[in-house]
Design a binder for this molecule. Structure first.
Ligand code: PSU
Ligand code: MN
Length: 326
């Protein structure tokens, strides 16, 4: 089987019940696969310190979606099958697989062919939302940050397929902006070019992922409730018959947001230490994340985990509101 949709997701799709898609690249390539380390300060209450951090976070996001009335649909490639709706055992297997990396649109077919297991990026998870049902795709998807246009794009063009997928998939993505290493103004401009509405739930500025906003950050259209998001989505997809995504940005919870500038300093330090280790490039992301978590005394990691859970919660509320309007 090449694409598998779990029974519970198929039933919920048929019944028009609220579903929230969840990506797994953040679990396989974006978070530590180790247990909580005392160098990170005290472990947040919603993270099980007995489990690897990526697995504990998955459990918390699952709980956040369920307690807010929606069904979580974890998406991943498992032994070459694109699976929509993983069980908690399947999530655990994926998070503990040391060789599972991430697949995007350009690498999905080859990963299937090689019967690999991997986490799905925003782009691949959006594809799964569309494949789940041609008439009635999964309409809501929560993540941390989308990919976009990398810095220095005038010299070396590096644009994430997440933008391509957002341009072609009628799903609302809930994220705290884009990965912080990107050219954010260019990424926001490109969202306009591809016709993706960018909303701010409780914010008028495009969030800076784990950091607080600063005055000249790009503007977004502020909305005040999940039902307002659902109403705008209805105009976009049903009344206007547009087929692109909607990006709903949600700022990182204020109590854990990092001050502007903290991240770049810590990232530069981490990059320098990584260069000295002379390890293969596959170790770079986990190394950078871990050393940034240590140099910020856990603050970068705590903010990342908090925004992921917060976005899962907001997404569930949006999914419930959207389902009630069908
Ligand atoms: N944001 C992060 N860390 C990540 C990602 C986003 O802070 O690891 C992942 C998401 O899965 C996103 C992907 O879809 O990176 C984009 O990768 P690329 O730039 O290779 O398309
Ligand atoms: Mn890229």
């Amino acid at each position: 089987m090449n694409v598998y949709i779990s029974d519970s997701i198929q039933e919920a799709l048929l019944a028009g019940e609220p579903i929230v898609a969840l990506e797994t690249a953040v679990l396989t390539a974006g978070l530590p696969k180790t247990k909580w380390n005392t160098n990170f300060g005290s472990c947040p209450s919603y993270i099980d310190s007995e489990k690897p951090i990526n697995n504990a976070l998955a459990q918390s996001m699952t709980d956040a979606v369920q307690t807010n009335g929606a069904l979580p649909a974890w998406v991943a490639v498992v032994n070459g099958t694109l699976r929509i709706g993983l069980t908690s055992d399947e999530v655990t297997q994926l998070t503990s697989n040391p060789v599972a990396g991430k697949v995007s649109l350009a690498t999905l077919a080859q990963a299937m062919h090689a019967k690999q297991s991997a986490g799905t990026t925003v782009a691949t998870t959006l594809l799964a939302c569309r494949l789940a049902s041609t008439k009635n795709p999964i309409r809501v998807f929560a993540t941390g940050g989308i990919g976009g246009i990398h810095q220095n794009w005038t010299n070396r063009l590096d644009i994430s397929a997440d933008l391509t997928a957002l341009a072609t998939t009628p799903t609302c993505v809930i994220a705290s902006g884009a990965k912080s290493i990107l050219d954010i103004p260019a990424t926001v401009e490109s969202l306009e070019t591809i016709g993706v509405p960018v909303l701010g739930l409780g914010t008028s500025m495009f969030p800076r992922f784990i950091e607080q906003n600063i005055e000249d950050d790009p503007a977004v259209h502020q909305v005040h409730s999940p039902s307002e998001v659902a109403e705008i989505c209805t105009h976009h997809w049903q009344h206007l018959q547009l087929h692109s995504g909607v990006l709903t940005t949600v700022p990182v919870p204020e109590n854990v947001a990092l001050q502007h500038g903290t991240l770049i300093e810590s990232l530069n330090q981490a990059e320098e230490s990584w260069a000295r280790t002379k390890q293969p490039s596959s170790t770079r992301t986990p190394f950078l994340l871990e050393s940034m978590a240590k140099s910020t005394q856990g603050k970068s990691l705590i903010a990342n985990l908090a925004l992921l859970c917060n976005n899962a919660k907001a997404a569930a509320k949006i999914a419930v509101s959207f389902a009630s309007k069908l």
